[in-house]
Design a protein around this ligand. Sequence first.
Ligand code: LLP
Length: 432
Amino acid sequence: MFVSDCLQINEKGHLTVGGCDTVELAETFGTPAYVMDETTIRENCRAYKRSFEQYYGGNGLALFASKALNCLEICRIVKEEGLGLDVVSGGELYTALKAGFPAEKIHFHGNNKTRDEIKMALESKVGRIVLDNLYELTAVDELAASMGIKASVSMRIKPGIDAHTHSFIRTGQIDSKFGFALETGEAMEAVKQVIACRNIELEELHCHIGSQIFDMDPFVHAAEVMMDFIGDIRKQTGVTVECLNLGGGFGIQYTQDDNPQSYDRYMEKVSKAVKAKAEQLELPVPFIYLEPGRSVVGEAGITLYTVGGIKEIPNVRTYVSIDGGMTDNPRYALYKSGYTCVVANKAGLPAAKEVTVAGKCCESGDLIQENTKIQSPEIGDILAVLSTGAYNYSMASNYNRIPKPPIVLVKEGKAREIVRRQTYEDLIRNDI
Ligand code: LLP
């Protein structure tokens, strides 16, 4: 019935997550609140590790894309599970380092890294800086020279692949702000410039074709295109790039309409394609990195709200207003993303009432879901929105000076806060 295995209904007819009654969680921690199931996160990390072992002789590493959810405790969990980390800003890097994440397992991304961020990445000795453009190349080369070190870099390549997903989260095609284009020869020219830099070692190529993708073919195709490029680089320069980073993008289940495939199937297909290309091009089988974000934390999270007003507009629709909205989950406002909503204290009853779930911001577009079926709602009910573990907390804002909700981590019936709810005092902390 539900989109995630960590969700059940208990004898009171309440929704549970990670063995905790969501109605009790709402009482204890207040609403709105993000709730994350630790077991699911750990299990997802392990699934990536297992599939690398099963299909690729363990010759790879999953880097958790921390833009999906970054806070100290999540970094600690990912570290304990042995994954690496993808960060895209000084702030994400700072959090990871504060959590004790090993710098050598961090890859630093971003399409417009500032000089300060590059300096911070080099000084903290991150494992790799992923170059997006030639301006960064100059900055990395100069800074590495001034520090007397050699920077280990990757290069973000646009493989020219159009993944079937929302245009805002599609990134592999030529019209994208990310990376160097293959088709135009820009990527090869840039590779030659990188190789010529004395303070830089080109150790990896990277691509990421988009996010929330279900179709396997674009992933396999991207892997093949990247292997061909590694072959071309060797032909033209004599340099063999030994690591290939295939990015993230695996889709998850938000509603019953979503049908994600297992990572195993992905790994099986992609490893086969990469090994076949390596043989055909007489290249060494590369070390592979993946960068899953959404698929590690998405289904592990739900958000709990309290229902405030209910507005029935005859022959139009029924608005159910909650005590959060686009400030804690901007994804419907941005992408019209599908979500499953459940009245947590009536989870055992049929979802028979069609409603529009609205947030509390002064903005008509502040909706969580339109025309969705939930259990007949009443004021004071607890509304759970499922699969909110990725790109919710990390994209939250303080619009309308609404404090950000806490993150509650649950595991086998126990719950603890890992991020505190913002207070009004927090909101004015930097005001002068
Ligand atoms: N690697 C790179 C270079 C990326 O840009 C991304 C996501 C990932 C990995 C992780 O992709 P994932 O496995 O999570 O699909 N805010 C949007 C998603 C933006 C994704 C940005 N890049 C959303 O809420 O759907």
